[in-house]
Design a protein around this ligand. Structure first.
Ligand SMILES: [Zn+2]
Length: 185
């Protein structure tokens, strides 16, 4: 349970909030915004499953509503990270070691990191420069941490997950631009 994790960190580390947050996130500049423990599977990756994919999503919700959905134990959905449209701010909602429920495919969930982007597939104005840049930095860091190749075989859209009926990130997502930013980060 995320809130308990932060509370435990407060107890263990005298340094206070900054130290507790650093303890809670895998991506140092991310803000810890925990998903409900009812919305992901606790695990110990990569010991339990190797992590070899990043799955790119678009929320079809606002940033704030997405955090509320992930925190709602009845929703049964989560992602590891959420990137805000206006400024590229990154929230981490599930630890990399745990299995977020984002791909709609258990096999892909077990071996991927899910990154949500605030916006709608048919509204490209949400895909700001800041969102692309900060998301690319995040994806590059995830790839470096887990040894994931920075190519389209391993950095995929939700629509490329077998069996899905989801279309995100949709036709307006600029994959060539995104991959160039990931490789340059
Ligand atoms: Zn999706």
């Amino acid at each position: 349970m995320g809130a308990a994790l932060v509370t435990a960190s407060y107890g263990l580390i005298p340094g206070g909030r900054a130290d507790a947050r650093a303890q809670a996130v895998d991506y140092p500049s991310a803000e810890w915004q925990p998903a409900s423990a009812s919305n992901y599977t606790a695990s110990n990756r990569p010991a339990t499953y190797s992590v070899d994919h990043v799955v790119i999503h678009v929320t079809q919700e606002t940033y704030t509503d997405t955090l509320a959905i992930f925190a709602n134990p009845k929703k049964k959905v989560s992602a590891h990270y959420l990137v805000r449209s206006a400024d590229g701010h990154v929230a981490q909602c599930v630890r990399d070691a745990d299995i977020a429920w984002h791909a709609g495919n258990w096999g892909y969930n077990t071996r991927s990191i899910g990154i949500e982007h605030e916006g709608w597939v048919d509204q490209p104005s949400y895909f700001t420069d800041a969102l692309y840049q900060q998301s690319a930095r995040l994806t590059a860091a995830v790839c470096d941490r887990h040894g994931i190749p920075k190519d389209r075989a391993h950095i995929i859209g939700h629509y490329e997950v077998p069996g899905t009926d989801h279309t995100d990130p949709g036709p307006h997502w600029d994959w060539p631009r995104y991959m160039k930013l990931v490789r340059a980060a």
